[in-house]
Design a protein around this ligand. Structure first.
Ligand SMILES: [Zn+2]
Length: 156
């Protein structure tokens, strides 16, 4: 069995998505979609004591950062890119409860943003009303014979 290239150690705890199915060197489970390399030897997540972690694909930066913060144990998931001859990040393995907490924090943020947008829209609407009132007054001052309704329509 060809040995897999060793992922860079700067990534910390690393889990590999193998390009071809490998079996766990300890329990023979396989083919494995995710494995840990211990001195070049593949181990399944259960044998590596990571079986309780869930996969979070890359892409959502805030969710990834928060999941990592919330999770006592996390691992970077990488896959080897043969063409570029290097490992590329695919996502993160984190504790399920940590992912749930991170998702809740992101949702709370989205809700806060939604409320801020609604507040801004109300403020802009109020500004529009004040501007229309001032404009109406200006029309009536310049054209005293203009009916007030007509002036308000023009201002609006
Ligand atoms: Zn195993």
């Amino acid at each position: 069995m060809a040995r897999l290239p060793t992922p860079p150690s700067r990534l910390g705890l690393v889990v590999v998505q193998p390009l071809r199915g490998k079996r766990c060197a300890r329990c023979r489970r396989g083919p494995l979609s995710l494995l840990v390399l211990e001195e070049g030897v593949p181990r399944c997540l259960v044998c590596a004591d990571l079986g309780h972690l869930v996969f979070l694909p890359r892409g959502d930066t805030a969710l990834t950062r928060r999941s990592r913060e919330e999770s006592v144990l996390s691992a970077v998931v990488v896959r080897f890119n043969r063409r570029k001859s290097r490992y590329e990040r695919q996502g993160l393995l984190v504790e399920e409860a940590a992912l749930a907490r991170a998702e809740a924090r992101c949702l709370a943020d989205a809700e806060a943003r939604r409320r801020r947008r609604a507040r801004d829209a109300r403020r802009r609407a109020a500004q529009d009303v004040r501007f229309a009132q001032a404009f109406t007054a200006e029309i009536l001052r310049s054209f005293p014979r203009c009916p007030p309704d007509r002036a308000a329509d023009i201002a609006a």
